[in-house]
Design a protein around this ligand. Structure first.
Ligand code: FES
Ligand SMILES: [Fe+2]
Length: 354
């Protein structure tokens, strides 16, 4: 079950070139979608299913702004309407495929799966991508064999950083001890917290004496379906007490992460991380991103192992702890929107049946 009136990230803009066969096949929240670029560079998204015999259109080819099915050659314009059926002159009015609203923003491609009339770009999270001025940002992606609700739990509860990512992004118990401030925002939650006098993270410990500590500050916007946009700053020790205006900013970073459920069992995770040019230094972004890449593989390993256990024993013992406050708030929001959408679509389906 997925919220449909929602922008889903289909990947990084550089994944979609202008090649003749540059068709990007994605499964977004259960729906097979194919994307390509028109000649002017704008992106088109079709249901990846020909209206003739259901062949995946992603096995076809681009012709100018059109897409030709690779099975029997039906050609579709960028509006999804069939313009040519090889071997016949009459084109039935039903010869068309569904198209989806698409927006490119912050180097991500976003697809709206629900009612096109509601596809307002203001619902797309604001991120800092690799094209952002003044920032050195690097990108990557990973696929994870788990249900996306488990991803929401993972990202809304960063106490796991102290354990799973002990040798990479973690390195102290500050992630467990932080006092989190959760504030509702449109279609999500803002989480803000300080980690005073925290030791250097695992990946950077070799750069400092063992007794070195820092004040770290995180501000995260978490929005539907599973978008995590974090500004993470490292300040001189004591800054939390004296205020940022009196502290020294040592590291200023953004991490933008969009997790798209592929189906009930897989998620595609598109992420970036980087530093402001002002606080970057030779080799620093590479060191940070190397640690982030390793950390996301640590998450993948744990989440996939957890999912295996959950599927073995779905009714097994599960308790909540204090750290589950954030995840539970976000899952509550997902369930609320699912119920709202069901309340709108169920009567429509009933009246269509007759
Ligand atoms: S399945 Fe596409 S043209 Fe036949
Ligand atoms: Fe993690």
């Amino acid at each position: 079950m997925f919220v449909k009136n929602c922008w889903y990230c289909a990947g990084w803009d550089y994944e979609l070139s202008q090649g003749r066969c540059a068709l990007l096949a994605r499964r977004l929240a259960g729906e097979a979608v194919v994307l390509y670029r028109k000649l002017d560079g704008t992106v088109v998204a079709f249901e990846d299913r020909c209206c003739h015999r259901q062949a995946p259109l992603s096995r076809g080819t681009k012709e100018g702004d059109s897409l030709r099915c690779g099975y029997h050659g039906m050609k579709y314009g960028p509006d999804g309407v069939c313009t040519e059926i090889p071997g016949q002159t009459i084109i039935p009015p039903k010869a068309r495929v569904r198209t989806y609203p698409v927006v490119e923003q912050d180097n991500w491609i976003w697809v709206w799966l629900g009612d096109p009339a509601l596809a307002d770009p203001k619902h797309i999270c604001s991120a800092v991508g690799p094209g952002a001025q003044g920032w050195n940002i690097k990108t990557s992606k990973v696929s994870i064999n788990t249900n996306y609700r488990r991803e929401i739990e993972n990202l809304m509860d960063l106490s796991h950083v102290a354990w799973i990512h002990r040798d990479t992004l973690g390195g102290s118990m500050a992630w467990v001890e932080a006092k989190l401030n959760h504030t509702p925002i449109e279609r999500g939650i803002n989480t803000e917290f300080w980690m005073p006098e925290a030791a250097a993270p695992g990946f950077a410990k070799h750069l400092f004496p063992p007794e070195a500590v820092f004040d770290a500050h995180a501000n995260i916007n978490f929005t539907l379906p599973c978008n995590f946009i974090m500004r993470y700053q490292v300040w001189s020790p004591g800054t939390m007490k004296v205020g940022k205006e009196n502290g020294l900013l040592l590291l200023d970073s953004w991490s933008s992460q969009a997790v798209t459920p592929r189906d009930e069992h897989w998620c595609d995770y598109y992420y970036s991380w980087g530093l402001s040019e002002a606080t970057d230094s030779p080799g620093m972004v590479d060191l940070l991103v190397e640690a982030a890449n390793a950390a996301f593989l640590e998450d993948k390993a744990m989440l996939e192992a957890q999912y295996e256990r959950l599927r073995e024993c779905p009714d097994g013992n599960k308790i909540d702890i204090k750290a589950d406050t954030g995840p539970n708030k976000m899952l509550f929001l997902v369930d609320k929107l699912l119920a709202e959408e069901a309340a709108v679509t169920a009567p429509r389906q009933q009246s269509a049946r007759g």
